[in-house]
Design a binder for this molecule. Sequence first.
Ligand code: AMP
Ligand code: TRP
Length: 348
Amino acid sequence: MSDTAALATPAPPNRAARIFSGIQPSGGLTLGNYLGALKRFVQKQDEGIQTIYCLVDMHAITVWQDPQKLRHATREAAAGFIASGIDPTKSILFNQSQVSAHVELGWIFNCVARMGWMSRMTQFKDKAGKNSENVSLGLFAYPALMAADILAYRATHVPVGEDQKQHLELCRDIAAKFNNDFGVDFFPIVEPIIEGAATRVMSLRDGTSKMSKSDPSDQSRINLTDDADMISKKIRKAKTDTEPLPETLSGLKNRPEARNLVNIYAALADMTPQGVIDLYSGSLFGQFKPALADLAVAKLAPISKEMQRLMKDPAEIDRILEKGAQEANAIARPVVDQVYDIIGMIRG
Ligand code: AMP
Ligand code: TRP
């Protein structure tokens, strides 16, 4: 089987498929991160494609991070990756700040991206809100650094949740503009991989807002560090309605909380949402929630246990990240050196 056989859109000829993705260590990992990103990262790794995964600590500091907490969250996120099935001997796993190619290329892309493009980024608008005069300049430039993360490896495919789609379109625009401005075919036009039943996991308290590590209510999310008891309690208390589950998916149309729980079940069980409906149509939440809670505990509790074990040896996590950073640097350094050459910087 060729490297690209499992991908919907093959890499351009002459370029091997290479996967890159990142997660911010700005708090604990959630079920949204797991289903929208991590679970897919593991699948790609196990398909035998080259996979590079990064804890984007430079992105995290676009909003205030307490230094002690950032260090802890970075190690904990690394533990979460490994406990979820990322094998540091198969994938490259590292934290962004250890590989300076990211910020170097990020600066160059700040000079490629246009203000107008950046101003249209909905995540910036959401995060800045009414406070846009007072947020960091880094928060505005964030998507150019994200493009640099990916393109420093000339990665071709990027698995992400749905909320990152617009940032990946920007990454394509930056690559195309760079290639065009300098008359080269240097950077690939990356393909997002947004697939599966849970590309947008919603809050357990409100089916219209995304499950997020930054939501003030801990009841709104399942953390990868939650133990069996906590996972089960949160699912049983999740907001729902009083109707039974319908016979077809279209019956969930105006029931965002119900739809969310069905999607979570489907993603955890590797089924389609319709498959879940076929199993549970006519059931009330009094039956469905305990079944979902058991499934979630079976899939997630072993991860939180393994994370706890890994976190007992932070020095070992640091060694893994350092080794990953060396491997990442070996790929990214020559790419960024070529970029300096293309744009006309003198190098000794
Ligand atoms: P972040 O935590 O914002 O750094 O996100 C890291 C990855 O997890 C990205 O690919 C996101 O799209 C994905 N992700 C975060 N929250 C969710 C969610 N609620 N549902 C699905 N994917 C998510
Ligand atoms: N912006 C992504 C998020 O918040 C994190 C990220 C940074 C990323 N760099 C990346 C994702 C490169 C994919 C590829 O979720």
